[in-house]
Write a protein that binds this ligand. Structure first.
Ligand code: CAA
Length: 257
């Protein structure tokens, strides 16, 4: 992998994926996104991984899709290359994904962070969808996910003006889970990953799926989906272990089975 660094066992059961094109503020070119997609696919299958952190560096999580790579393309090129198809893997990742964001999370960078399940931000983080300033619009989920996360009025303002949200504002709008000093954002994200990794992995997967379903369907169907996943959790050994451990007043030892 040229543009990402993967540490499978950053912590027991927690993998770290670092976007690594620092000179270009981690601009998301085709190759980087293909590598990210492949890495997530592999980590999703890896039984020693229960939570995945995606991060950049202090200066930038990612400053968006690679403008230099896209600038001269025609609509037919865009259709043919279909660059956002590699993004589907991120959305399909079954394990919990945490974005650890410092510096710029713009355009595709903001969209990537929002595709993760949770965002831990440093005080220096800046979120935005500035595509309008370069004559286009968000194309990797920004108009949908930002609107669902922070509401129509604010999302419309950000998408139509390209203004940035500070970490503090993003926290106020419910876009991020937590804001911490810059020297702590990665540690904080890993700590969150570690906490999640102590839970039963199958239950975590089923729960993530059910929360995400709430964005895609109406209440009745969502409740039905949730109930089925709840019942399905009883097919796992970890459900027996979790409930037995509670009754025996001890810590559960989950195996992911
Ligand atoms: N694509 C390609 N290169 C990028 C880039 C991007 N999105 N963002 C930054 N870079 C490059 C710059 O071209 C520059 O490279 P050179 O040194 O070779 O010139 C390097 O990264 C450093 O950037 P700046 O000199 O511009 O740094 P700055 O601190 O002055 O400004 C910034 C930082 C405000 C983030 C500015 O770089 C910027 O506005 N970047 C573009 C942000 C943007 O418009 N993102 C949306 C892209 S489109 C998209 O993402 C579509 C989608 O929905 C997926």
């Amino acid at each position: 992998m040229e543009y990402i660094l993967v540490t499978e066992q950053h912590e027991p059961f927690v993998a770290l994926v670092q976007l690594n094109r620092p000179k270009d503020l981690n601009a998301l070119n085709l190759q980087l996104m293909q590598e990210l997609s492949e890495a997530l696919h592999q980590l999703d299958k890896n039984e020693r991984v229960r939570a995945i952190i995606i991060t950049g560096n202090e200066q930038a999580f990612a400053a968006g899709a690679d403008i230099k790579q896209m600038a001269d393309r025609s609509a037919v090129d865009m259709l043919r290359i279909d660059q956002f198809s590699t993004w589907d893997q991120i959305r399909k990742t079954k394990k919990p994904l945490i974005a650890a964001v410092s510096g710029f999370a713009l355009g595709g960078g903001c969209e990537l962070a929002m595709t993760c399940d949770m965002i831990i931000a440093s005080e220096t983080a800046k979120f935005g969808q500035p595509e309008i300033k370069i004559g286009v619009m968000p194309g990797a989920g920004g108009t949908q996910r930002l609107t669902k996360a922070i509401g129509k009025a604010k999302a419309m303002e950000l998408v139509l003006t390209g203004r940035f949200l500070s970490a503090e504002e993003a926290m106020g709008y419910g876009l991020v889970n937590k804001v911490v000093p810059v020297e702590m954002y990665l540690r904080e994200a890993v700590q969150l990953g570690r906490e999640i990794a102590q839970m039963a992995p199958i239950a975590a997967q089923l729960a993530k799926e059910a929360v995400n379903r709430s964005f895609e369907t109406h209440l009745d169907e969502g409740l039905h989906f949730e109930r089925k996943n709840f019942y399905l959790a009883f097919a796992s050994e970890d459900q027996k272990e979790g409930m037995k451990a509670f009754i025996e007043k001890r810590k559960a030892d989950y195996k992911g089975r």
